[in-house]
Design a protein. Sequence first.
Length: 241
Amino acid sequence: MKQVIAILGLLFFVNCQNGSIVEPSKFKTIMIKSFGEVETPPDMATFHIDLSCLNKSIQTSKKCLVDKSNILHDRLLGFGIEKNDILTTSVAMNKSYTWRNNSNIFEGYRSSTSVFITVRNIEKLSEIYTELLENRNLDLGGLSYSHSKIDSLENAAYVKALEKSKILADRLLQELPESKKEILKIGNVEISGSMLEKNIFQPENEFGMAQQPNVLQEKSIAISKGILKMSATLYAEYQIK
């Protein structure tokens, strides 16, 4: 029994010693929210074409829509558009009525579908879109521009954001007693500081960049005057020494 008490006492003593050794070190940090942006001309575009047919015979209405779809599909292939870049959505079939003489008059069965097209050769877009637009049986819309290497553009935007955070950190150090920095965390979502509140040094010695709350991630694509812009937000925490 005495041996057991002696062992427990020894373990308690060792734990107390370890607890006194493992104490979080206190250090200063700055948190920076940085924005990066890259610009490039778009190299692809997307738009959709709406097809519809109206007939009092449901079978005739369906056949009309199938014929229109086949003709459009062949025309798009003739422009050099790949099959995988022509997406046809499901067919909708509804009864159509018109209001006349204070009553609903049955017009027939309206079948409709939308075809989404991706043009990967931006140089051909004007020719393709203009020719299709001249066809009175086709309704075009939703024209938007994009780039085939969006992921690469986004990565470049993040790199620019990181470079800007380094420049800002260096400028801040010019106003502080500290002269060295070491990056602790990087994230494309808002990150928390590395130290617990109880371990932070006194307020008169603190320095930190204010952050906008509840901002999780900011990255966007916008088209302006033929230029595709990819922007990204990066959060970086630096330890300063």
